[in-house]
Design a binder for this molecule. Structure first.
Ligand code: C2O
Ligand code: CU
Ligand code: CU
Length: 501
């Protein structure tokens, strides 16, 4: 296993080239095998595409070859691009107009993760479609300004498809509600999808989910941001908004800057916070997003974004990088190289932000969801998994996902209290079609002003409670999903589905 192979490697210091001058990189770099030895190439910027015009934009899923480090060719998947997809921008009050085309060699979807759309437009597993076919995504944008994303969602294949590249950003803007944040895409407003990947000696992506990698989720040994290994981004000397997306299949991060600087969080999964929140680090589980604003105005030297190595899921050792956490290490994510010119965007952060309302009201009913790692007989099904048959060990409330079974029926507009428990390890729990309010997490009450609207909540052994209200409809043919966003767990059946009428 890749994790084992690298577990004996330690930290090293090495040089990266920045603007022609050799500078000493931070000590937070991990030695990697030859293929991915050199990070430090420029941060790729996905093209920004308006997807709410009168003509549909085309989003074609296809195979490609992508250079994670310069000069290499790795077989990948992407939407329009060789790896990942363009940043689609839609504006509130308009309609998304996207034709998703399948030129891959297997079924795909494009699920609009976090978007408030009806079940038939959600891109869930029931809407998977074959190579050569296309699917029209037409939906009114009700969502407040937010950093959402899209990814393929074919049951049993989401893990490998996202791993190979079928994911991208979906940004919602609300032209009627000014916020005063840096918004110059690619200049002082950067989308950053952080993913861990593993490569073999020929540069091919490795996706091995046998044994423990199935239990804890797949962990790669190399950090990529926007498809480049630990890249460098040129930034203006001023305030820069970073839209962080944990697009990893299973890895949890706790992002911070190597110099310990503080920054401000301005948005979470579902939109803006009521006011910027000062932080020195921010934890993101798979599929979670946060927008942060960092002040580079006084910087003349490179600034390193790192992550504390986190014990994976509270259960497994976590492989190389998680294991490294035990010794207090951090892992390098990417570097920011402040330019010589001052920024042209806003010089100060607004004191308050136009956050979407959290008007859930009192819940009319309560539901319980238990995230199980032993639906059916754990030992028996683990054994069948090990010998190659498809026995499942993952489920919710004792049942593995079944596309033919509706697990819950909701009524549109009614607020419910959901109590989620996770007896075995920590899971990121996600609900389609809406944003929710976290009431408690990890045994603590949560302050909605610092948490914001969410569509993923981290559930550990102490459970989590959320207030959920879904305003969009979903019928039994195209229900909404609720699931663990560790993609290996989802693919193995830790998913359920619900209708909204
Ligand atoms: Cu990110 Cu069910 O999705
Ligand atoms: Cu989703
Ligand atoms: Cu899980």
């Amino acid at each position: 296993m890749a994790d084992m192979e690298l577990s004996s490697l330690g930290l090293d210091r090495r040089r990266v080239l920045l603007g022609g001058a050799a500078v000493l990189a931070s000590p937070f770099l991990l030695t990697r095998r030859a293929f991915a030895a050199e990070g430090g190439s420029p941060l790729p910027l996905p093209p920004l595409v308006d997807a709410d015009g009168s003509q549909p934009v085309t989003l074609t899923a296809r195979a490609g070859n992508h250079a994670f480090v310069p000069g290499t060719r790795t077989p990948t998947l992407g939407y329009e691009l060789d790896y990942l997809g363009p940043t689609l921008r839609v504006r509130r009050g308009r309609s998304a107009n996207i034709d998703v085309v399948n030129r891959a060699d297997d079924q795909i979807t494009a699920h609009w993760h976090g978007a408030h759309v009806s079940g038939n437009m959600d891109g869930g597993p029931q809407t998977a479609f074959d190579p050569g076919q296309s699917s029209a995504a037409r939906f009114d944008v009700h969502h407040p300004a937010a950093t959402l994303w899209y990814h393929s969602h074919v049951h049993g294949k989401t893990g490998p498809q996202v791993y190979h590249g079928l994911a991208g950003f979906l940004l919602v803007e609300d032209p009627a509600v000014p916020h005063g944040l840096p918004s110059d895409y690619g200049v002082n407003d950067l989308p950053l999808v952080v993913q861990d990947r593993s490569f073999d000696s020929a540069g091919r992506l490795v996706y091995d989910i046998s044994g423990m990698a199935l239990m804890g989720g797949f962990l790669g040994d190399t950090i990529c941001v926007n498809g480049a290994v630990t890249p460098v981004a040129d930034v203006p000397r001023g305030l820069v908004r970073l839209r962080l997306l944990n697009g990893s299949n299973a890895r949890f991060y706790d992002f911070a800057f190597a110099d310990g600087r503080r920054f401000h969080q301005v948005a979470s999964d579902g939109g803006l916070l009521p006011a910027p929140v000062a932080r020195s680090h921010i934890a993101l589980a798979p599929a979670e997003r946060a927008e942060i604003v960092v002040d580079f105005s006084a910087d003349t030297a490179p600034v390193h974004l790192v992550s504390a190595g986190i014990a994976q899921g509270g259960m497994m050792g976590g492989g190389m990088m998680g294991g490294n956490a035990g010794s207090g290490g951090a892992i390098e994510i990417m570097t920011f190289a402040p330019g010589t010119a001052p920024a042209t965007g806003p010089a100060t952060l607004p004191a308050s932000l136009p956050a979407p309302p959290m008007d859930f009201g009192a819940p009319v009913r309560t539901r319980d969801f238990r995230l199980d790692m032993h639906a059916g007989s754990m030992i028996g099904s683990m054994f069948s998994r090990l010998i190659g048959s498809s026995g499942s060990i993952m489920g919710i409330n004792g049942k593995s996902y079944d596309m033919g079974r509706i697990d819950a029926e909701l009524r549109a507009g009614e607020t419910e209290l959901w109590r989620i428990s996770a007896p075995m390890m920590t899971h990121p729990f996600h609900v389609h079609g809406t944003s929710f309010q976290v009431v408690s997490r990890g045994g603590q009450r949560v302050d909605p002003a610092t948490e914001g609207l969410k569509d993923v909540v981290v559930v550990d052994g102490r459970g989590a409670e959320i207030l959920v209200r879904v305003d969009q409809q979903a019928d039994a043919a195209t229900p909404f999903m609720l699931h663990c966003h560790i993609l290996e767990h989802e693919d193995a059946g830790m998913m359920a589905q619900f209708t909204v009428a």
